[in-house]
Design a protein around this ligand. Structure first.
Ligand SMILES: [Zn+2]
Length: 180
């Protein structure tokens, strides 16, 4: 991507900003694949700046999903559990555990590349958009805005290096092998 040092350049559109950060999550998923065997990467961004970023690290602890690590790290850095105004970026749709955590941390936006129709906290169990838990204030706030599918093909290229790639992606239900 071209460096934007020219002050006369128009500011980046939200879509371009989202693309830039999704690219970073895909790079992190490559790192996670090498070290953890599970290709997941996540960022927490506020006002256009990366507050925290993490690759999956679930070998020692199954709950060390990239999103959990990034959310906790942002909590520590910002010294507050109220992450409203923050965006959670992930190369893959957050699972139910991470989606619930995103709701508790009150993130304002969740942006990801690959949908997860078998295990997602949005397309399978709709935790991210569940408005019922919103009423339990101050523990939860309004559902975050969810944006899916940015650079899905590029993100899937990393997943295709794993045997269970077919579980993820918009075509997951069609890609399911007839015999497991
Ligand atoms: Zn998760």
């Amino acid at each position: 991507m071209r460096a934007s040092l020219n002050k006369n350049q128009p500011p980046m559109k939200q879509e371009e900003i989202d693309q830039k950060f999704i690219r970073r999550t895909i790079a992190l998923s490559e790192v996670a694949l090498k070290h953890d065997g599970a290709p997941f990467g996540a960022l927490i961004v506020k006002d256009g700046k990366i507050i925290a970023e993490s690759a999956n690290d679930s070998k020692g602890r199954v709950s060390n999903h990239a999103e959990v690590l990034a959310l906790d790290s942002a909590h520590k850095k910002l010294k507050t559990s109220d992450l409203s105004g923050c965006t959670l970026y992930s190369n893959c749709e957050p699972c139910p555990m991470c989606s619930f955590m995103a709701r508790e941390y009150k993130v304002s936006r969740v942006v990801f590349a690959i949908p997860s129709p078998f295990m997602g906290g949005y397309s399978k169990w709709d935790i991210l958009q569940d408005d019922e838990i919103t009423q339990f204030k101050p523990f939860f706030s309004t559902p975050p805005k969810v944006i899916s599918g940015i650079f899905e093909k590029e993100a899937m290229a990393v997943f295709k290096k794993t045997p269970l790639w077919w579980i993820f992606g918009s075509d997951a239900k069609n890609n399911r092998p007839t015999r497991l």
